[in-house]
Design a protein around this ligand. Sequence first.
Ligand code: UDP
Length: 238
Amino acid sequence: MKYKRSLLKLSGEALMGKKEFGFHSSSLQKYAEEVKKVVDIGGQVAIVIGGGNIFRGLSNKNMKKKMIGRIGGDYMGMLATVINGIAFQAYLENLGICTSIQTAIRMDQIAEPFVKDRAIHHLEKGRVVIFVAGLGNPYFTTDTAAVLRAMEIKADVLLKGTRVDGIYTDDPEKDKYAKKLTSISFDMAYKMEIKVMDKTAFILGNENNLPIIIFDINKKGNLKKVISGEKIGTIVSK
Ligand code: UDP
C-alpha cells in the first residue's frame, strides 16, 4: 500500500448520483463499499464530506435575493455536510465498519467535536473518521477543509473523488482533443484555474507539500487502486 493514511474528499455532488438534490442511496452504498475495500487491507481512511447536494452558501437563490446573506448561507451549507455525514456513517456501519463523526461546529448529541489526536487514535484503531461542518467558518469550502484536516491528521495523501478521471488540458466535455495529465505541479494547477478543486486548497497543499490526487470515484475499485499506488487520475504535487 502506497498511502497508509488517506483523507478522502467526497463532494455532495457525488452523493447525489444522477439526482438533482439530496442523496442517492446506491451512490452512498457504492462509496461505502469502496471505503471498505481499503479498510479491509489495513488502510486508514478519514473523510471530509461536502454539502453541495443539499445547500451551497454562495450559489443559493435566496442569497441572490438577499434574503439569506453569505454567512447564514455558509452555515446552512456546513449543516448540510452534517446531514451527509450522518447518512454516510449509516452506510459504512451497515457494512460492519466502525466509524466516528467529528464536527467543526459543536453538536454533542450527534458527533464528537474535532480533536486531531482523537481522530488519529480512531484511525489507528481501524475506524473511519468522517469530518463534518467543514472548518466551522463561513467563507471556506470543504475542499479547503479537506486539505487542512489532511495536514492535521498527517495523512499521506488527499484524494479528491469526482466524476472526472483527472485533470485535462482542456474541458474534455467541450474539446475532444483534450488530453489527460497524469501529474501536474501545484503552480500549474493554480494557473490552469482548474474547477475540480478550490484554489485555496491548491495553495495550502503546495505550501505544506501534501499531494492531491484527483480521480474518478465512480469507477469500481478505483479507491483501492489509488491507495495501492496505481497511476489512476492526476496527481498534483510540488
Ligand atoms: N462551508 C463553509 N465553511 C466550510 C465548509 C463549507 O462555509 O469550512 C459552506 C459553504 O457555503 C459551502 C457549503 O458549506 O458552499 C457546502 O460545502 P461545499 O460547497 O464545499 O460542498 P461540496 O461542493 O463538496 O459538495
